[in-house]
Design a binder for this molecule. Sequence first.
Ligand SMILES: *[C@@H]1O[C@H](CO)[C@@H](O)[C@H](O)[C@H]1NC(C)=O
Ligand SMILES: *[C@@H]1O[C@H](CO)[C@@H](O)[C@H](O)[C@H]1NC(C)=O
Ligand SMILES: *[C@@H]1O[C@H](CO)[C@@H](O)[C@H](O)[C@H]1NC(C)=O
Ligand SMILES: *[C@@H]1O[C@H](CO)[C@@H](O)[C@H](O)[C@H]1NC(C)=O
Length: 319
Amino acid sequence: VQVFPPLNFTLTVSALAQVLLHWKPNPNQEEKNYTVRYDVKILSPVAEEYDTAKTHSIYTAVLHNGFSAQIRTLLLHNNLQMKSDWVKEKLLPLPGAPETSVTNLSCVTRITISSTVSLHCTWLPGQGAPEDTEYFLFYRYETYTEECQDYTKDKWNRNTECRFLVTHIDPEEIDNLIVIHINGSSKYATIKPFQQLFNQNAIEKVNVPRNVTVFLEQNDLLATWEKPISPFRKECFEYEFSLCNLKSGSKQILKISSNNFRLQIDVTCRYSIQIRANHHICLRRGFWSDWSEIIYVGKNDVLLSYNIITLLESRCCLI
Ligand SMILES: *[C@@H]1O[C@H](CO)[C@@H](O)[C@H](O)[C@H]1NC(C)=O
Ligand SMILES: *[C@@H]1O[C@H](CO)[C@@H](O)[C@H](O)[C@H]1NC(C)=O
Ligand SMILES: *[C@@H]1O[C@H](CO)[C@@H](O)[C@H](O)[C@H]1NC(C)=O
Ligand SMILES: *[C@@H]1O[C@H](CO)[C@@H](O)[C@H](O)[C@H]1NC(C)=O
């Protein structure tokens, strides 16, 4: 049996960093006794292979350096597998002068009290970008795309930072991608666009643990706290508990996966305590939260003046 390759293979940019691959079954193909499927092989920017029974496929990838893929027909009959030749198609790199793209892009999301997600990105202008370059940032989340309206500029008046106080990012999703697209304009050069994909959970700056309470019970220090503001349940969080003995200057950081903690301490000493949070068990880690406000417990040694406490504290804080 002859296996014919699919026809009319086309690539269409259907959204930022998204390609629609589309093809037609070959009309010469004898289909009667076979299951017809298609092998899809993404060649660049990142190699990946999959197969599908459909005649289209939507693929997410950064496109600034172009995109290429090939497909072939796959006939399956019992254990028999027959393959056609590949048909290949590509998208050219987005145009622009060398080194005019932004570099060092980094983005952070936060979940707000009202359960929306804010987004903050920073970048550096490309080494080859003229001084009059103006950069524009867009984010795409699923089918929603928006341009930044709130930029911060560098000393040459070029945008290098953008803030979205509210986005369409769903705070309850796991492993969804945030697409960032930054292009620009200049009188003297074509600015090459730049795209990057971020996992929404991996760039979340976790909120601070709430209602931290610490007290002493005989020789034990007891601490309890609430999970940070987040739609994820409390089992998804881990904590770092920083305990600094202000008398000796020694500092301990303890990893804790519950919302409370008991530790035997020397109750003749005074301690400072801080807690920070990250999510981990149910979803990938983000950026550690800031440390909670310092809480002091234990005996206030009369010999220690305020200055000495401050000194020891700063010693403690050199991790
Ligand atoms: C379909 O399969 C049957 C039995 O397996 C075979 O006799 C027949 O020739 C096949 N038809 C075609 C068009 O290949
Ligand atoms: C930008 O990124 C490069 C390569 O990753 C790194 O070497 C450089 O230190 C970064 N620059 C700044 C200012 O962060
Ligand atoms: C930047 O990209 C957006 C989204 O694709 C597009 O609408 C806009 O025209 C581009 N601007 C420039 C200066 O290329
Ligand atoms: C924290 O404590 C305040 C006041 O005691 C209380 O109203 C609030 O519900 C607590 N928050 C959480 C998350 O338990």
